[in-house]
Design a protein around this ligand. Structure first.
Ligand SMILES: N[C@@H](CCC(=O)N[C@@H](CS)C(=O)NCC(=O)O)C(=O)O
Length: 186
């Protein structure tokens, strides 16, 4: 069975959300990050960077939540076969994990960068149910997780961006979001 290593309130919850979406059984290995379990030699053999999440799937050891999401999507038939359409999925996963994530910290980034990013997202989401259009995809997990963190951790007010706010509410109502992103140790 696939093993997912994470900490309480860590980005492992992003992967848990997607595992719940695709219905793949997994074992969650909870590390005590406060106690530094992720810096112990045994864990550094899995991820020399000393970060969670990490998955172990058979012989594959993989870290970086975005890479894990894309691997799971590909191995579960959830990535478009056409390269140009798949590239749009990569675009949004990378945007969430780099550009949008970097706008969360430090606080001055939130002031400087978030308004234009949220305005761009709002324009994209107008008339769309999900970020790529009508269908939910792994890109929504990557993006929706960071938007949820912005609300939960930093109380970012999304009301000036009604399409983004509606999108986060749609994602929040999904059972897999509730279980993966908000459930035990999420
Ligand atoms: N870009 C990485 C970020 C990983 C990351 O920073 N994880 C945090 C937990 S949310 C961590 O392991 N922190 C422990 C540390 O840096 O000591 C990803 O998305 O997987």
């Amino acid at each position: 069975m696939l093993k997912l290593y994470g900490g309480a309130k860590s980005r492992a919850s992003i992967v848990r959300w997607y595992l719940e979406e695709i219905g793949l059984p997994y074992e969650f290995v909870l590390l005590d990050l406060q106690a530094g379990e992720h810096r112990q030699p045994e864990f550094l053999k899995l991820n020399p960077m000393g970060k969670v999440p990490v998955i172990v799937d058979g012989d594959l050891v993989l870290w970086e939540s975005g890479a894990i999401l894309l691997y799971l999507a590909q191995t579960h038939g959830q990535l478009p076969s056409d390269a140009a359409t798949a590239a749009k999925v990569y675009q949004w996963v990378l945007f969430a994990n780099s550009t949008l994530s970097q706008a969360m910290f430090p606080p001055e980034n939130r002031d400087r960068q978030l308004p234009s990013l949220l305005a761009g997202l709002d324009a994209t989401l107008q008339g769309n149910t999900y970020i790529l259009g009508a269908d939910f995809s792994v890109a929504d997990v990557a993006l929706g997780s960071i938007l949820a963190y912005l609300q939960m951790l930093f109380q970012v007010d999304l009301s000036p961006y009604p399409a983004v706010e509606g999108y986060t509410e749609r994602l929040r109502s999904r059972p897999a979001f509730q279980k993966g992103l908000l459930g035990a140790n999420a």
